[in-house]
Structures are given as C-alpha cells and as structure tokens.
Write a protein that binds this ligand. Sequence first.
Ligand SMILES: NC(=O)c1ccc[n+]([C@@H]2O[C@H](COP(=O)([O-])OP(=O)(O)OC[C@H]3O[C@@H](n4cnc5c(N)ncnc54)[C@H](OP(=O)(O)O)[C@@H]3O)[C@@H](O)[C@H]2O)c1
Length: 322
Amino acid sequence: MTLSWGIAATGRIARAVGTVIAAHPDMRVAAVGSRDPQRAQLLATELGAPRWHGSYAALAGDPEVQAVYVATPHAQHAEVVELALAAGRAVLCEKPLTHSLAETERLAGLAVASGVFLMEGMWMRFNPLVQLMQLRVRDGHLGQVRSVHASFGFTAAADPAGRLWNPDLGGGALLDLGVYTVDLARLLLGDPDKVEVTGSLAPTGVDAEESLQLTWANGARALLDTSLVATLPGTAVVIGTKGYAELSPTFHAPTRLRLEVAGAEPEEHLLEDRNAGFVGELEEVARCLADGRSQSDVLPLSETIATMRVLEQARGLLDGHG
Ligand SMILES: NC(=O)c1ccc[n+]([C@@H]2O[C@H](COP(=O)([O-])OP(=O)(O)OC[C@H]3O[C@@H](n4cnc5c(N)ncnc54)[C@H](OP(=O)(O)O)[C@@H]3O)[C@@H](O)[C@H]2O)c1
C-alpha cells in the first residue's frame, strides 16, 4: 500500500525529505503546506504532489493526507503537530520534537490520549550502521562500554534572525546538534546519573557551543562537543573494555563503521547511501501504521522525552540555574 504524506514547511529539510519520499516506491507526497501558498505550490510541483495549501491547518485537514511530516523550526513544531494530531493524521516531526521538556511532554501526552501515531525524526536511530553498532554493544562485542566521544559542529552564518541563532525559533547548538550527541550516548548507556557542561552563549542569548560530560554510576562517561562557531570532526567513538567502534564521517548519518577489538580481525562496514536514516525513519512510520501501532519501538516518545530532559538540564547549567 502507498503511504500518502503531507509536508508541512518548504525549507531545506522539507525539500530533502520530500525528495526521499517522492523517490520511495511505496510512498508519495500527496500535498505540501506552507504559510505561503506560492511556496507550497512550488515545492509541491517539484515533488510531483498534486495538492498544496497556504496553511498548515489546511494541510492537516486534507483527506488525501495520511501522515504529516513536520519540518518547521523547532519552536514552531508543536503548533503543527497539534493540528495534525487533532485531525487524526500520523505525525513524523523533525528533531528535536519541541524546544522544551514541558512542550515535549505535553505533545507526547496529546498523542497518547488521542491514540494517533507520533515520532520524532531522529533519523540517526534508523541508520543501519548505528543499528549494527548498537547490536554489537548489546551482544558484548566491545566489552563493557566505558566511554562515548562524539562531536557535531560547524560555523553557522551569523544571522541573528535565522533559526540557529533566534531564540524565538528555538535556536542554539544544544537543540540543533546536541540532540544527536546526547541521544547517541543515551542509546548506548541509558540515562546519565550526572550532567556537567562548559560553554558559551551567543549575543542573541542562545547557546553557541559547549562540551558536555555525562557520567553513569558504573564509571562510564560520554564526552560530547557541539558548536555553531567551529567545525568539529563529527565522528563518534565508542570505547569498551575489549575494543572500540568508530562511526564516520558523521556519526548521525554514518557511511562507515569500524570495529577494532582485541584478538579479533578489524571489521569495516560501509553504506552507500548517506540518506539511509531518512528512508529508515519513513519506513518505520509506514510499518507502525500498517501494524496499528501509535508509537515506534525503535524511538518511543519516552526516549525523545529522556533525551530532551538531558538537553534542558545542560542548558539550565549553562545559564547558571541547573
Ligand atoms: N534531520 C535532519 O538532518 C535535519 C536537518 C536540518 C534540519 N532539521 C530540522 O528540521 C527543522 C527545519 O530545519 P530547516 O533547516 O529545514 O529550516 P529552514 O530551511 O529555515 O526551513 C524552515 C521552514 O519552516 C517554515 N516556517 C514556519 N514557521 C516559521 C518561522 N516562524 N520562521 C521561519 N520559518 C518558518 C518555513 O516554511 P513555510 O513558511 O514555507 O511553511 C521555512 O521554510 C528544524 O527543526 C531542524 O532541527 C533536521
């Protein structure tokens, strides 16, 4: 069966994921919604979608749409998610689900109460190499995990009104990039027992860069760097008592996984498609809907909430009231 998507917003990632949907043999873009009907028409035409709407409410109300993909800035996710859930449409919403823990918990509560599917677009969790590394950690191949090192950063253009710097759009390095580093650490080690952070704020008041140290009661730790003012390696290394694994060139969308374990042949796994995580998350939505499930087992709402809790704690510490 073909899954019919409605795309909410017309920015960079809306176009990228819309293109992946349009190319998928079992999916189609049924409609695009935007604050501006002309922008909606332009992207709809580009993606081969037959319908477009000049508001997110009209998109949510379109009977041709089964699932809505939300790609507005973080702080504008909630309003669109609410419209879609109220209309009974399944929702895949870009990361982070919202810009605050309270909003994330509120949306999760709405989804559970309505029984309508909701998942955060944390595509990293659906990348086959991330999933393989997770399996290798679970089956003890690396021994006991002692440390996770991950970074994600780039020099963002100085645009105080843009979504990365503007507090009204949910700006800041933690929400945009830290969501990946923290989610990776939690995926492998669970909820940390302690969160420490050092960093600096931008003139707009959002966080510009930081180093997080998460620690667990058994001595395991994660060292996580994020930045909007410097280009960082973007890789992740997971160190266990028997060996280590490295995801590269970017840990959130890796095409290479290398495992070096004492006494074993080094392993290298390669992936051709950097967008595999997008395909994976979209197919997860289709699978869940076909099975009548309102949450994903790979990324349940409780996981999204738990990662946001760490991000908010780190942000509070940066502000001096953690
Ligand atoms: N998974 C990934 O790899 C990935 C990568 C990049 C971004 N993202 C996530 O996707 C979301 C969008 O990021 P993006 O890079 O696509 O942003 P973008 O290029 O700035 O596009 C955002 C779009 O949202 C709509 N919008 C609604 N309210 C808005 C407002 N008040 N101000 C500005 N735009 C508004 C606009 O489209 P219309 O007005 O036409 O509706 C705009 O084009 C963010 O939450 C981000 O974290 C994910």
